[in-house]
Ligand binder design. Sequence first.
Ligand SMILES: NC(=O)c1ccc[n+]([C@@H]2O[C@H](COP(=O)([O-])OP(=O)(O)OC[C@H]3O[C@@H](n4cnc5c(N)ncnc54)[C@H](O)[C@@H]3O)[C@@H](O)[C@H]2O)c1
Length: 340
Amino acid sequence: MKKILVTGGMGFIGSNFIRYILSLNEDFKIINVDKLTYAGNPENLKEIDRKFPNEYRFYKNDICDFATIDKIINKEEVDYIVNFAAESHVDRSIDNPSICCETNFFGTQSLLNAARKHKIEKFVQISTDEVYGSLDFNDSPFTESTHLSPNSPYSASKASADLLVNSYYKTFNLPVNITRCSNNYGPYQFPEKLIPLMIYNATNDKELPIYGKGINIRDWIYVDDHCKAILKVLLDGKIGQIYNIGGDSEISNIDLVKKILKILDKPESLITFVTDRPGHDLRYAIDHNKITKELGWKPEIKFEKALELTVQWYLYNEEWLKNVTTKEYLTYYEKQYKNR
Ligand SMILES: NC(=O)c1ccc[n+]([C@@H]2O[C@H](COP(=O)([O-])OP(=O)(O)OC[C@H]3O[C@@H](n4cnc5c(N)ncnc54)[C@H](O)[C@@H]3O)[C@@H](O)[C@H]2O)c1
């Protein structure tokens, strides 16, 4: 049995990854380490403890706490580490850059040290296309050799962590991979991020705040496709390599929000344009040819279909959405938008 330490497994992508791995019924055990920040929600993996008593363990811990991470790896005899844990929201990183430097950089360093000490078989760093900075409308998509040019404290902290991961490969021969993925969507995403925020507001007939003129373009990937790519990289990725992961689905924010309104049969008059995010990147686009050629991965689900599925999931899981939104949304997010 291979034991995978997943950090940040109570968050959006981490919880989807854990569900995916356990659903395979293969010889994996998951050890989930999560600090349970506002974004970490035990409800994301509610029935997993009961369904997989031998294949799943949860530890509430901070990845920056090396001593405890060290003990967990020792006790659970961990083979692989997949590091999802992060302060993942650009707006919050603008309000308070320190939090994302601590977790995203120093937390990664703590895990790298533990990985080195325990001679872990593979360390996968879950990074983002945002480390490459911003593209113009006509620029070619990011490849793995595009130079790093992050613009927000969030993307700068992720880029710094990527450099550190690479340094542990070059200096200490630590077996690492870095994945850089585009914008994810799907079930269990905290509703401060664009898609669940718009679904939540539209279903409650609230205003839909769009930054600037809504012309910013993102490449969207359904979270299941991302999870499949991560497992491929973990098992088959060439040591020391970086892999871009993308959804082949570029769309502007305004067009995306209009699609959501159409699915929900709500009027476009709910859209309201708010002052743009400082340093807002114009466009991200991913060239994923490397992972497609080397590992045989490509995004499977079409954007229109997956968006529909996502909207339906939030409608059917109204209780989940209500619980997370009463916990955080009112206290942080509405205040933010009112001030802009
Ligand atoms: N969401 C996206 O579109 C996207 C795209 C590309 C890459 N990524 C990367 O994927 C990873 C996961 O993103 P997400 O959207 O699931 O984030 P998320 O905010 O939903 O989840 C982050 C998780 O990390 C946990 N965490 C935070 N600080 C921690 C700490 N110090 N110790 C232990 N746990 C801690 C939180 O409790 C939470 O469960 C991040 O590294 C992010 O940079 C995200």
